[in-house]
Ligand binder design. Structure first.
Ligand code: SF4
Length: 197
């Protein structure tokens, strides 16, 4: 009768069998692993970075060679994750190298069924014009309040209700400062962070 082994059990058994075989033959796997690791990273530049997936801000060490990400791992000196990473961060290499990743601004015109590449100048210009258009159309100049005496009164509001600004875990302190200034400048009261949604 065959043995009933789950997928997880099979992987465990395979690992144990290989380790047992290697030990039986006199190999020290840790030496081979360390050598493989060193060979893989030979000539790489080590760059500390931050994972962008959630608000945890875990530290990464990126190993780059010829402009290509060869390997990434948790940064042991980062007090947040102390060298550990969750599976999302471990998949970052595929995000960085994905051929589906847009590297230039894209626009899908009204009624069109496809995206077209546009220049950064055109993208900035269109965004600026749209912000102005929406801000003007949704501007609330006054609010009506009821005073303690029961009297209705108009008070200045001056806010852009049609625009919201959202930050992300990838935004650093200085960028957060600028983003907050931008929100206040254009007058939107809706200023949020990705991690709170
Ligand atoms: S490694 Fe995981 S927990 Fe840490 S910031 Fe990235 S997604 Fe969040």
């Amino acid at each position: 009768m065959g043995m009933d082994v789950s997928r997880r059990g099979f992987l465990k058994l395979s690992g144990l069998s290989i380790a047992a075989l290697a030990t039986g033959l006199g190999f020290d796997l840790s030496v081979a692993e360390a050598r493989g690791y060193a060979l893989k990273l030979e000539g790489c530049k080590k760059i500390p970075s931050i994972c962008h997936f959630c608000s945890g801000g875990c530290g990464l060490l990126l190993h780059i060679k010829d402009g290509k990400l060869i390997h990434l791992e948790g940064d042991p000196d980062n007090p947040t994750n102390e060298g550990t990473l969750c599976p999302k961060a471990a998949s970052l290499q595929h995000v960085a190298e994905s051929k589906d990743r847009p590297m230039k601004p894209m626009r899908r015109a009204p009624g069109s069924d496809h995206w077209e590449e546009i220049s950064w100048e055109e993208a900035f210009d269109r965004i600026a014009k749209k912000i102005k258009e929406v801000r003007d159309a949704s501007w609330v100049r006054e609010d009506e309040i009821v005073t303690q005496e029961g009297e209705k009164r108009k008070v200045p509001a001056n806010r852009a209700e049609g625009i919201a600004v959202i930050g992300s875990a990838e935004v650093d302190n200085e960028e957060c400062y600028l983003l907050t200034k931008f929100s206040r400048l254009i007058g939107t009261p809706y200023h949020e962070h990705q991690a709170r949604i």
